[in-house]
Design a binder for this molecule. Structure first.
Ligand SMILES: [Zn+2]
Length: 146
């Protein structure tokens, strides 16, 4: 029996036809399905993007990012994002923040003496495990602390 690849492919395409073009399912290099929009913007699926970002920072940096957002165990997850700043001194703390900035997870704010305030970006919020409400909370209250 002949296996009609072309026909299978046509059926496959027909099945994948969706009403929203940007949501056409494509595959990341890892094999996971992703949206065309995500792949165009980032070149990989969300999980791979996050893994790539995490690979550029140190484990201790990630803990600082979570601390920055209050995304730590002593607060319930629904409260995460209640804060979004990290006052870094010079030295190790500052180096950690610079790595977060380089990875696109944080951004530098004003300096105050030898302290510099850093804030998590939207991607930083996502990486720290905040949900949509948490990200809104963290990004909506981006006024610098007084
Ligand atoms: Zn992937």
């Amino acid at each position: 029996m002949m296996y009609d690849l072309a026909r299978v492919e046509r059926q496959h395409l027909a099945n994948n036809k969706g009403p929203v073009f940007s949501l056409i399912r494509k595959r990341c290099a890892c094999g996971k399905a992703s949206t065309a929009k995500q792949l165009t913007q980032h070149g990989k699926c969300a999980a791979c993007s996050l893994a790539a970002v995490r690979a550029t920072i140190m484990p201790g940096d990630f803990a600082k990012l979570q601390h920055m957002l209050g995304a730590v165990q002593q607060y319930p997850k629904c409260k995460w994002g209640w804060r979004n700043y990290f006052a870094a001194g010079s030295g190790q703390q500052h180096e950690a923040m610079q790595r977060l900035v380089a990875a696109g997870l944080a951004t530098a704010g004003r300096a105050c003496g030898d302290m510099t305030y850093f804030y998590a970006t939207r991607m930083g919020c996502k990486a720290a495990g905040l949900d949509a409400a948490g990200i809104k909370r963290a990004m909506g209250t981006d006024d610098e602390p007084s």
